[in-house]
Design a protein around this ligand. Structure first.
Ligand SMILES: [Zn+2]
Length: 144
């Protein structure tokens, strides 16, 4: 048994973080607060991390994409091809807005198009990486 120094919770060791006298709930709360407070800093760090490890990350993404290929995504792609005009007209206006704002939906669409991913199965990390990649490419374009 252990006692949490933050909230006073008493419980089994498995409910506590290793080597810390804080329960897992307090720690996840702390992490969430930290993320909220340091959004800009974290984004910057992720950008740096991405620049430093670009090749590795791209490799990870492509390995991940290969592993997640399946019949359903092929079906989805076929469906999209058949209905591309319909989809484009309907979403045309929205999509240009999403594109300009690097909206999650836009990023997901790009990922789906390029790697046969399942729309709902795209992990948030991958979306974030892609967003950073696009933002960087845009920045480069603007500088030219
Ligand atoms: Zn606690």
């Amino acid at each position: 048994m252990k006692t949490c120094i933050k909230c006073g919770f008493v419980g089994d060791v498995s409910l506590f973080a290793k080597k810390l006298n804080q329960c897992k709930q307090c720690i996840s709360k702390h992490k969430k607060e930290y993320r909220e407070k340091n959004k800009e800093k974290i984004r910057e760090q992720q950008g740096k991390h991405y620049k430093k490890n670009k090749e590795k990350i791209i490799l990870q993404i492509s390995v991940w994409s290969l592993k997640n290929k399946d019949k359903k995504s092929v079906y989805n792609k076929k469906y999209r091809k058949r209905n591309v005009d319909k989809i484009n007209t309907y979403h045309g206006k929205l999509w240009s807005e999403y594109r300009d704002n690097l909206d999650v939906r836009y990023i997901k669409k790009l990922l789906c198009n390029s790697a046969e991913l399942k729309y709902l199965d795209i992990p948030p990390e991958l979306i974030e990486m892609k967003r950073i990649e696009i933002a960087m490419l845009r920045e480069l374009k603007n500088k030219q």
